[in-house]
Ligand binder design. Sequence first.
Ligand code: GUN
Length: 310
Amino acid sequence: MTSRILSGKIIADAIKAEAAYEIKLLESGHGFRPCLAVVRIGEDPASAVYVGSKVKASEELGIISEHYHLGSETSHSELLALVQSLNQRDEVDGILVQLPLPPQINASEILETIDPAKDVDGFHPFNVGRLTQGEKALVPCTPAGIIEMLKRSNIQIAGQHAVIVGRSNIVGKPMAMLLLQENATVTICHSRTKDLGAITRQADILVAAIGRAGFVRGEHIREGATVIDVGINNVSDPQLAGEFFNGEDLEKRLATIEKRGFTLVGDVNPTEAMAKAANFTPVPGGVGLLTVAMLMKNTVDAAKRRRRIN
Ligand code: GUN
């Protein structure tokens, strides 16, 4: 079997085009453009890339974007004060504090301070609770994007067994809630799960969100499954790249390592997955693009809900 590759770009472009249209309607009909404030602390290189793509997408779509980049020594109370001032400014519709935060900052207290109506990441306990109860909520962007990808690719969710590897608050747990809401049977696996393969081989839909390059192998995948790779890992060792890619793909990856020092690899071994899965998301070019697209959608939704516009 050779997998159908689920292109994040095509689906993300469609979601962004819908958001851009809504933004034009808000501007012409209601006289404002949504405003998103993005806060980044310190010099984490991955965060710099992610925030850069969030700010760029906002500007392309006509969202007013405010980018706060504070030093790595920023104190907890300084960040708290910034979030509180963004809460108070009525024209700010969305607030995003990029994770991870440096150790002197209590991340959960910061996330709990964000006004739930402006919580475009969907990380505030109010939105987490509403999601769990199946009520309307701002929902974390990556898992919401995965649901969009499955639906727009006509992949059945209801009645299917979805297995998630990884239990983070950003992906694993909200992914489980969203799949449950779509009537999947859901299993969450993690680092302490016994005989992982016995469970993942039951998956019709397998979501890998562990944070380890190529962790999910062919032996974990049932023939004909849909495999969603959420991982974004840097691989700089050419020999390691050789374990994940072959032929022309490997040549391209080696050239990328030569040029940039690393290549991006997901949590799934792509060569092995493509020999078994019916559908597979590439890295890069898969789920990551959807995260940004859903952030744009959440910002538009937050703006409309806060301002009581249908
Ligand atoms: N760090 C990794 N993913 C995310 C995300 O979706 N939102 C935020 N705020 N930080 C992240």
